[in-house]
Design a protein. Structure first.
Length: 366
């Protein structure tokens, strides 16, 4: 075997888990219509590429102008429009940008969560930064709150390097990040999938609890699938998006990770692949969770995310996956997806749309 072939296999070590899971999940049968919980998570970075303030302002304005018009065209089974989760990088904080996103939240179009890039960091340093970012961003009405007023947030790690994932130690530096995030108020991580990046865990297409020593490097590598009746209150929940071999526009089969790009727009075939990964809570197969992601702020991506390709995706979702017989569609934010997952774990059943606020309330801006 050539070195190149070995390197290819190493990047796709998750394939064995994918094949085993596909076989196992076909044993779970759902009766009646199935409910599709659809979340669009965005690594939303107006300052991407070291952009100037004026460029960042223009990127934010493009969304302020284009997103409400797009969202107004579609509704799910609950009468909700597409609901976008803006994972904002704390290190790019600009007050006016957060105020712009708060307008979306007040209109029911989305919510803000935390995105973070860091490198060569320490546990104390990253905790200090997270606390500061949550405080400043939260002042604009973002993030859910506990009963005692403590902010709660979902998280996506910049460069996918959660818990010091890379062998060379770049883009993180903090082994105990999984446990640190929970202590800081994080309720769920939405970082993965990341294939073909080396940070990709062996666990795929799952909602799961990380187990073992959560202070160790790559603590997310070991976990138990979330199942009805079992809730772990002392750690974050890992919520993954779809990962598979699936159809691409320019070739027959390629890596499908739910990544919405201008170069690989959503399509009916891609949506079918996402759904077929059967990401569910064990014991609640009728609730199917699909979390896709994008980097929607830069110009080319914004045009794609606010244009015809995404409209075609929503037309497919609101027709084929919202016929009321085979499928019922629910657009959800990251927080709402977590709440529905927690409702399933607590044994709730029926219409998941009634559990959008099951554990965590909407942010103040809502």
């Amino acid at each position: 075997m050539t070195l190149r072939a070995l390197q290819t296999l190493e990047r796709h070590f998750w394939l064995g888990s994918w094949l085993r899971d596909r076989i196992a999940r076909r044993r779970e049968h759902a009766s009646g219509p199935r409910h599709l919980l659809f979340a669009l998570t965005d690594h939303w970075e107006p300052g991407w590429g070291d952009a100037s303030r004026s460029v960042g302002d223009a990127r934010v304005q493009a969304w302020a102008d284009g997103y409400p018009a797009l969202a107004a065209e579609f509704r799910d089974a609950d009468g909700k429009p597409p609901r976008h989760s803006f994972f904002f990088p704390g290190e790019q904080y600009v007050p006016e940008w957060m105020d712009s996103l708060a307008k979306f939240t007040r209109r029911g179009l989305g919510e803000v969560e935390l995105h973070l890039h860091h490198d060569g960091d320490s546990s104390a340093g990253v905790r200090r930064d997270i606390d500061a970012y949550v405080k400043t961003i939260g002042q604009h009405g973002h993030f859910s709150r506990d009963a005692d007023g403590r902010p709660r947030f979902a998280f996506i790690h910049g460069n996918w390097c959660l818990s010091n994932a890379r062998r060379d130690g770049k883009w993180c530096g903090v082994d105990d990040e999984v446990s640190l995030l929970f202590d800081a108020g994080c309720y769920a991580d939405f970082t993965f999938p990341s294939a073909p990046d080396e940070s990709q865990p062996r666990i795929v297409n799952s909602i799961y609890w990380p187990v073992g020593d959560l202070s160790r490097r790559r603590a997310y590598e070991r976990g138990v699938r979330a199942r009805v009746g079992e809730i772990m209150h002392d750690r974050i929940l890992m919520i993954q998006g779809p990962l598979a071999l699936g159809p691409h526009e320019n070739r027959r089969v390629g890596l499908e990770s739910g990544n919405l790009q201008a170069s690989n727009p959503p399509s009916a075939r891609r949506i079918r692949t996402w759904v077929e990964q059967e990401i569910t809570i064990q014991g609640r197969p009728e609730w199917v969770f699909v979390k896709v992601y994008t980097h929607g702020a830069p110009e080319a991506q914004a045009r794609a995310m606010l244009g015809e390709g995404v409209r075609a995706m929503h037309r497919e979702l609101t027709t084929r996956y919202n016929d009321g017989k085979r499928w019922v569609l629910h657009y959800v934010t990251a927080r709402e997806m977590y709440n529905v997952a927690m409702a399933a774990l607590a044994g709730k059943s029926g219409d998941p749309g009634q559990y959008r606020d099951h554990v965590l309330r909407p942010p103040p801006a809502a």
